[in-house]
Design a protein around this ligand. Structure first.
Ligand SMILES: Cc1ncc(COP(=O)(O)O)c(C=O)c1O
Length: 417
């Protein structure tokens, strides 16, 4: 395995562990350690690990066969549920990963617009395809003048760099100027409505909606993280802005390989050979698309999330942790900015608000590493740049985590980082 890992998490050797199992809010390693898990599989495990309702749905589905490549009942039911949940969803097409879902959204927009260019935001993450790797996490020496982007991976074709325009998140005026200038070349605007842990400024998403409608440019929301997390209807419901297309992943597959494209029928029709001309039709095929076991896991997960109080609980848990973190860092007199929504947040070690990719660049990454390490030493696992909250997080988990915040912050106060 290159780098000795799956590629997802780079843990220093002295902190590395191998997961043996996950149950509820906890992960267990092979040395008998138990961790309160705030990674949650990078988001899908919103109910916690091995939730009984999901395990039993998966067991039942698996006994009927693992995959068919054919229309099947759990997939149809899940498509119907996404349409009930998501304001933009008139039709649904399944993929296996969030990467493929955002990629298909861009292709749909190009088929509709008969133009090539797409606009994304600096620091916006849409998976691992070439378009997403334009200015995903540019180094300071790669930051140029908008809308030029930089390749943040090896192997990105020059042609793709020329196809993607990059704008600063939360800056409607600059985005509008780029869109106006390139409106005749643009096929799509794609955005994480809540970009990583950056919340949209008042009017930003509404402005994007108005701007894209004015020029008939499809607006794509990447809801891979936010779908069924911020609210049952995702960012669209939470922020009250409806895009033309949305990409789903993570929670919608209940921890199994499933993702989806949802959107207005007028765009989704390009996936139907009978509805469009032969040159515009998009054949979209996937061996595991609409996998029945994953769809059953997704349906069982969504059924739990529809129970009264689920989202109140998720937000309340996250709010208490955000407040506890703020208090711990204040007490230790460590400059910080806590960013995000209660269900998904993290801390920047900086002394000013962060509103876009560039304003987050002076985060003290040594302090971030030190903070994550201090938490891990106290069996609180938050390896990447954000806390994910689950319904499985208990009162005890919250108390333990807030204690870990205080102890770690007090240790950091005496470090000279
Ligand atoms: C916002 C966003 N979009 C797309 C993706 C890609 O999803 P996947 O890892 O399923 O390809 C991710 C993954 O973390 C994501 O956070």
């Amino acid at each position: 395995m290159p780098a000795g890992s799956l590629g997802n998490i780079a843990q220093p050797a002295d902190q590395a562990f191998l997961v043996k199992e996950g149950r509820g809010s906890k992960l267990y390693d092979f040395s008998g350690n138990e961790y309160i898990d705030y990674l949650l599989g990078s988001g899908p495990m919103v109910l916690g690990h091995a939730h009984p309702a999901v395990v039993s749905a998966v067991r039942e589905a698996a006994e009927r066969g693992s995959t068919y490549f054919h229309n099947n009942w759990p997939a149809v039911e899940l498509a119907e549920e996404i349409i009930r949940a998501a304001p933009c969803a008139e039709q649904v097409r399944f993929t296996t990963s969030g990467t493929d879902a955002t990629f298909q959204c861009l292709r749909l927009a190009r088929a509709y617009r008969k133009r090539d260019k797409v606009l994304k935001f600096e620091g916006g993450f849409h998976g691992m395809h070439d378009y997403s790797h334009v200015s995903l996490s540019p180094r300071p020496d790669q930051l140029g003048a908008f809308p030029a982007g930089a390749a943040t991976s090896g192997g990105i074709p020059r042609a793709v760099l020329d196809t993607v325009l990059v704008a600063p998140y939360n800056d409607l005026d600059r985005t509008a100027a780029i869109v106006e200038q390139h409106r005749d070349e643009l096929a799509a605007v794609i955005v994480e409505p809540f970009q990583r842990i950056l919340t949209p400024a008042a009017g930003f998403l509404e402005g994007l909606r108005e701007l894209t409608l004015r020029h008939d440019i499809p607006l794509v929301f990447d809801e891979v993280v936010t779908g069924f997390r911020l609210a049952y209807g995702g960012a669209q419901e939470y922020y009250g802005v409806t895009p033309d297309l949305a990409a789903y992943g993570k929670i919608v597959g209940g921890g199994y390989p499933l993702a989806a494209v949802a959107g207005r029928a007028g765009l989704m029709r390009y996936l139907d050979a009978a509805a469009v001309d032969a040159d515009s039709f998009i054949p979209q095929i996937g061996t595991l698309s609409g996998n029945p076991v994953a769809a059953a896991a997704g349906l069982a997960t969504l059924a739990e999330l529809r129970k009264p109080g689920a989202y109140q609980q998720l937000h309340a848990t996250g709010r208490r942790l955000m407040d506890g973190l703020h208090h711990a860092l204040n007490e230790a007199e460590i400059p910080h900015y806590i960013s995000g929504e209660p269900v998904n947040f993290d801390v920047y070690f900086t002394s000013h608000p962060v509103t876009d990719y560039r304003s987050g660049l002076d985060n003290n990454s040594k302090l971030t590493a030190r903070f994550n390490q201090g938490l891990l030493q106290r069996n609180v696992y938050k390896p990447s740049q954000k806390f994910y909250i689950a319904l499985a997080h208990t009162e005890e988990d919250i108390t333990h985590t807030i204690r870990a915040f205080h102890e770690t912050a007090q240790e950091m106060r005496h470090d000279s980082l």
